[in-house]
Design a binder for this molecule. Structure first.
Ligand code: FES
Length: 85
């Protein structure tokens, strides 16, 4: 199905964009140009993103290393933590 008439982008190209990591309509537009014209297809693109898009992975959080901390329930001691930096 033709999704974006302005740029001749088909549904499969939009789905490919989502599969390759696009999680917003704007990110789809950056990948395949769908939605970069009149904007009439943007609701359809957003629907496809909602159908196929996976949530973004949570941002990685760097936890502080606690030096001289007692051994934890998981069996990792402060000495082990020091060894890993
Ligand atoms: S139909 Fe997609 S931008 Fe116009």
């Amino acid at each position: 199905m033709l999704i974006c008439h302005c740029h001749g982008v088909y549904e499969e190209e939009v789905r490919d964009a989502v599969r390759s990591g696009a999680r917003t309509r704007r990110e789809v537009t950056l990948r395949c140009r769908a939605g970069a014209g009149c904007g009439g297809c943007r609701p359809l693109i957003e629907e496809l993103v909602a159908q196929d898009g996976l949530p973004r992975p949570e941002r990685a959080v760097t936890l502080p290393v606690l030096r001289n901390a007692p051994a934890t329930d998981c069996g990792v001691s402060a000495t082990d933590l020091k060894a890993t930096g």
